[in-house]
Design a protein around this ligand. Structure first.
Ligand SMILES: Cc1cc2nc3c(=O)[nH]c(=O)nc-3n(C[C@H](O)[C@H](O)[C@H](O)COP(=O)(O)O)c2cc1C
Length: 234
């Protein structure tokens, strides 16, 4: 079981530079490899290991929370909708391997089906520190030992709807695991966001996969997810 370390500041800066150089960035300017297990591995403490054991045996071990879009996911797709959102694809493999539950963050408001417009909306939400609402009622997170929280990187951060979720729950004492798809930013600031938000949580080693590699099947997503989860003790 491995704990997440500090990382990704460099990628965020690269992203911010790209953002100003080319507002409708094609996200191919990033230096990171197509898929990455981010972070500085450390041994997990005993409590977390025990918790993972519990998670493997208990039906309510893992909850996979994610946000993902088929439409306007990147300029890479030239506004052609994906068959399934990149992050959703990852999330479903995580759910399968952990035999956990899923909670998809479905926005109440409609986002545009065009990348440029989506980009503008996302940027505005971020600049205004908005908390976009999601549909449905919150899952009872107290039932779960481990919460996976994944999303596409949007402007170097979790999309603001994920912040709405993070603000709505207290995950202190839980295993919390970030995952992302992206076009160069890797896990961006996800581990730091989670650590800051839940100082008493065990933030474990996350996984980032390049979205276009997922969409165009250039990587075996199931294999990457399974290998990563094996490393987390699943
Ligand atoms: C509004 C917006 C902002 C994005 N910002 C970034 C970014 O900062 N860094 C990055 O690497 N990719 C960025 N991307 C690309 C997405 O993270 C990537 O295409 C992802 O795989 C989409 O996942 P999804 O299909 O689950 O929504 C952005 C995409 C959108 C739509």
């Amino acid at each position: 079981m491995e704990k997440e370390g500090t990382n990704e500041k460099q990628n965020c800066s690269i992203y911010v530079i790209t953002r100003y150089c080319n507002r409708v960035s094609d996200f191919y300017g990033y230096k990171k490899s197509s898929s990455q297990n981010e972070g500085t591995p450390n041994s997990m403490n005993t409590t977390a290991q025990q918790q993972t054991q519990k998670s493997k045996s208990g039906g309510k071990g893992a909850l996979v929370v994610y946000f993902s879009r088929r439409e306007a996911a990147s300029s890479v797709y030239k506004d052609q909708p994906l068959e399934i959102g990149n992050t959703k694809k990852m999330a479903l493999f995580i759910r399968e391997k952990t035999q956990g539950d899923e909670f998809e963050l479905l926005p109440v408001k409609d986002y545009p089906n065009n990348f440029k417009k989506t980009s503008d909306v996302a940027q505005e939400e971020q600049n205004n520190n908005e908390r976009p609402k999601f549909k449905g009622s919150l899952p009872d997170v107290s039932q779960y030992v481990t919460i996976f929280i994944g999303a596409p990187v949007w402007w170097g951060d979790y999309p603001m709807i994920v912040h709405t979720f993070l603000d709505s729950v207290n995950l202190d004492g839980k295993n919390v695991v970030p995952f992302s798809t992206h076009e160069g930013s890797g896990l961006a600031n996800y581990p730091e966001v989670l650590k800051r938000k839940y100082p008493k949580a065990n933030v474990l080693k996350g996984l980032a996969i390049r979205g276009s590699d997922v969409a165009y099947s250039r990587v075996n997503v199931k294999e990457e997810v399974d290998e990563w989860l094996d490393g987390l003790g699943y």
